[in-house]
Design a protein around this ligand. Structure first.
Ligand code: FDA
Length: 396
């Protein structure tokens, strides 16, 4: 093989993350000569840090309804081509022990590194070449195929796959490369923004939240017509926890969110009932039956309500119902890409084939994974999109 041939591949995939590695092993096993290039020295860093080091690699209930996109139908084809059960089967084949944590979320029993090892094993079987520390600087369309230049090398390929992910966690190598390539080829890009991210508040609200830092409650958090019931965590910077991360993907600047801090209890009816049953009980004692002590105290201080149940009017109960079952607050922003789990928006799906992920206007150019305007809920859905879109592209 001469120098020129050795740098010529059937497929080059830019990005050795979840989507890139999945695509590479599928294409490699289909006898394509595949090269994966990644700027980072480490492969699959996001897989490694995911799920607290245990990788929530898929979700038993994954379906198109778990994804946000300007075209909610776009993800259907890829998700059907390679399902959560297909990925779980692969995990089982590699002898990786896993468990369902909650709500269909599947995690490794051991370490997320097992998933990286599995993908690299599959890549080896497909004779895929993976080169790390190779930041791609530029891409050019040739008469046939593409040229791809890194700091040190130039490569040629027939098909080019962009799997460079989104903007979240720049510290571990997130770049806007995929969006720049899209723009270079005049493909529309839906404005990216941080998703699955803690929400922040101005001082008036933060001064209430800050003293509660560390407290977690089961809550329903809603924004418009969308609501999630999961844990909510008070932090020094604002609100976090699964329910808040979920709603952050639906939240836009200026929107209010509504928090129900006691979703099992209609506070108004319950307090009236308790006043009949135990009129001499102090309101603080009663509230601690449904809320953590510190939270109950803060709400009573804030509303100026105190005394025994017998002392309290229905109007006071209504006030408590409002601040506990319907606490309305307006975030002033989010923690941004520094802590966001995903990037919403990305390459507009109108530019891509939902079956193959190929660009409609640029033959041989594909986009997969998080760089595309398909974003999953929290709970293993984003990896499932990476596996499914990577598979669909690899098969094409
Ligand atoms: P990904 O970002 O994984 O990979 C892109 C790759 O491209 C990177 O390796 C990068 O170095 C490389 N690259 C970028 N620019 C380049 C250039 N110019 N040249 C060469 N290489 C370049 N999801 C889930 O389902 N379950 C979970 O448990 C979690 N947990 C989680 C925790 C944390 C902290 C984060 C930040 C995210 C998650 N996620 C998650 C989301 C999930 O990690 C994410 O959606 C996928 O990793 C996206 O996979 P991609 O392959 O698309 O991009």
């Amino acid at each position: 093989m001469n120098e020129q041939q050795s740098n010529h591949y059937d497929v080059i995939i830019i990005g050795a993350g979840a989507a890139g590695l999945m695509c590479a092993q599928v294409a490699g096993k289909r006898q394509r000569r595949v090269l994966v290039l990644d700027a980072s020295d480490k492969i699959g860093e996001k897989i490694r840090i995911s799920g607290g080091g245990r990788c929530n690699f898929t979700n038993l209930h994954a379906s198109p309804s778990n994804y946000l996109s300007h075209n909610p139908h776009f993800c259907k084809s890829a998700l059907a081509q390679f399902t959560q059960h297909d990925f779980t089967h692969m995990v089982e084949k590699h002898g990786i022990a896993y468990h369902e944590k909650t709500l269909g979320q599947l995690f490794c029993d051991g370490s997320s590194k097992q998933i990286i090892t599995m993908l690299l094993d599959e890549c080896r079987r497909g004779k895929v070449e993976v080169r790390t520390g190779e930041r791609v600087k530029s891409v050019k369309k040739m008469d046939e195929g593409f040229s791809v230049c890194t700091d040190t090398m130039a490569y040629l390929c027939n098909k080019l796959v962009i799997a460079t992910g989104g903007l979240s966690i720049p510290k571990i190598g997130a770049t806007d490369f995929g969006y720049r390539i899209a723009k270079q080829f005049s493909l529309p890009v839906i404005e990216p923004r941080a998703g699955l991210v803690p929400l922040t508040f101005d001082e008036a609200v933060l001064s209430l939240i800050r003293p509660l830092a560390g407290i977690a409650v089961d809550a329903v958090v809603s924004c418009g017509k969308t609501a999630f019931r999961e844990g909510l965590l008070f932090t020094h910077r604002g609100l976090s926890g699964p329910s808040v991360l979920q709603i952050s993907s639906y939240w836009h600047d200026g929107d209010a969110i509504t928090v129900n801090l006691a979703p099992n209890t209609d506070m108004f009816d319950w307090l009236k009932q308790r006043r009949n049953q135990t009129p001499k009980q102090d309101i603080h004692t009663v509230l601690t039956e449904v809320l953590p002590k510190r939270l109950a105290l803060m709400l009573l201080e804030r509303t100026g309500i105190s005394g025994t149940l017998a002392d309290l009017s229905n109007a006071k109960f209504e006030t408590l119902e409002r601040v506990i079952n319907r606490w309305q607050i307006i975030p002033n922003g989010s923690e941004g890409y520094k802590t966001a789990e995903v990037t919403l928006g990305g390459v507009d799906t109108t530019a891509l084939s939902s079956k193959t992920m190929e660009c409609r206007t640029v033959e041989g150019l594909y986009f997969i994974g998080e760089v595309v305007d398909v974003t999953g809920h929290l709970g293993g859905f984003n990896f499932q999109w990476a596996w499914s879109s990577g598979y669909a592209c690899g098969m094409a």
